[in-house]
Write a protein of this length. Structure first.
Length: 234
């Protein structure tokens, strides 16, 4: 009976942060843990979503909303100090954290019924140094929900073409329209969007001169024939 009920009633996904970060290993020594790892992660993510920009602001957010946070977190020793947030996140493995975060965002994405995903590359201001160049990220952005769905770091803006398919591979695009600027107008990228279940609207500019000319001429020809004999959607 239970199995037949579950088969006919699709249960909502578990969107809780602790559930999706449960596989993340705590980098601290067990006898020196005053705060639970899951509590630290949940407070930090909630603070960042609320607009916190640094560790001090994350601590301030937690202290101001301590009563609310204790409604779903244990917080046995209250809110961690900003130094604790910084030390813990500095020791976490970035790849492991990213995998957990991506899993959580994808679960949220399924519930939000995202309709448009914009792919774009940006260079982070102030991220460069004498030893390293500035950090350039290609991001997938849920337009209506104002939510970042994923990011891939690249060496330079010229490498966006190879990074976009990698980013698309991380996303469930069923029912979504993916928009990309002229740099992403490539056959391989269009094919990857289709494989992931989405539709695409790619910008065509002078970097695809022949394609741009073909599109313009096709529209001219269609208008001259009043679209007779052409299949199209209103």
């Amino acid at each position: 009976m239970a199995s037949s009920f579950l088969a006919s009633h699709k249960l909502p996904p578990d969107l809780s942060i602790p559930k999706h970060f449960s596989k993340l290993k705590d980098p601290r020594r067990a006898h020196r843990r005053l705060h639970l790892l899951q509590d630290i992660i949940v407070v930090a993510l909630c603070a960042i979503i609320a607009g916190a920009q640094d560790w001090q602001e994350i601590e301030t957010f937690g202290c101001k909303r301590l009563a609310w946070l204790r409604g779903f977190l244990k917080l046995p020793n209250g809110i961690p100090a900003h130094d604790t947030f910084e030390r813990v996140f500095d020791r976490l493995k970035p790849q492991a954290f990213q995998a957990c975060f991506r899993e959580w965002v994808q679960a949220v994405q399924q519930v939000l019924n995202i309709k448009q995903v914009a792919i774009d590359g940006k260079t982070l201001r102030g991220s460069g140094s004498a030893q390293l160049g500035p950090l350039h990220l290609v991001s997938a952005w849920a337009v209506d929900q104002r939510l970042s769905l994923g990011q891939v770091a690249v060496d330079a803006k010229s490498n966006e073409i190879t990074a976009i398919p990698v980013l698309l591979e991380l996303l469930d695009l069923h029912g979504a329209l993916v928009t990309i600027d002229a740099r992403g107008c490539q056959k391989a990228i269009a094919q990857k969007i289709i494989e992931r279940g989405g539709d695409y609207a790619l910008t065509v500019k002078d970097n695809q001169e022949l394609l741009r000319t073909d599109i313009q001429q096709s529209l001219i020809d269609a208008c001259e024939r009043d679209f007779a004999g052409l299949e199209y959607d209103h």
